[in-house]
Design a protein. Structure first.
Length: 146
């Protein structure tokens, strides 16, 4: 049985993942299905592995560097003051990292904690890769994929 990360990577490879921004050296950069905060993205490892510990040293370095490069691009494109990186793998047991821009405009009590946990899911905006989020996706592609 496959998990959501495996399904999304297969779709990205086939060119059918609507959330795919592009291929990085270590995997696929995708916009989150929902935007807890503007610019929320994920890096999905390709090939799919269970965890960072399953990679050899060179692949670990490449995945980590890609994650940081995405954060750098997010800071430039979104004006975020900080980037949070979360690599969990508990719910979906495949290597992926949540990359979350943080903003000074956030309420301080929320800004000091994990955005994925402190913002009510009902308030998350559904991503719209062909509409509202298209300009953001194109900027990220230009910064990282081109």
């Amino acid at each position: 049985m496959t998990n959501l990360i495996e399904e999304r990577v297969a779709m990205a490879r086939a060119g059918t993942n609507p959330y795919a921004i592009g291929r990085m050296a270590s995997g696929w950069l995708v916009i989150g299905d929902h935007q807890v905060l503007p610019g929320y993205c994920l890096l999905l490892a390709d090939p799919v592995v269970e965890s960072l510990n399953a990679l050899d040293e060179a692949a670990r370095i490449r995945y980590s560097l890609d994650t940081i490069l995405i954060g750098d691009a997010l800071m430039t494109i979104t004006g975020a003051f900080r980037i949070n990186y979360l690599t969990l793998g508990n719910l979906e047991p495949a290597l992926h990292t949540h990359i979350v821009p943080r903003y000074l405009s956030e309420p301080e009590d929320k800004r000091r904690d994990n955005a994925l946990w402190v913002y009510d899911r009902a308030s998350w905006r559904a991503s719209d890769p062909q509409g509202q989020d298209r300009a953001f996706i194109e900027k990220m592609r230009a910064a990282l994929i081109a």
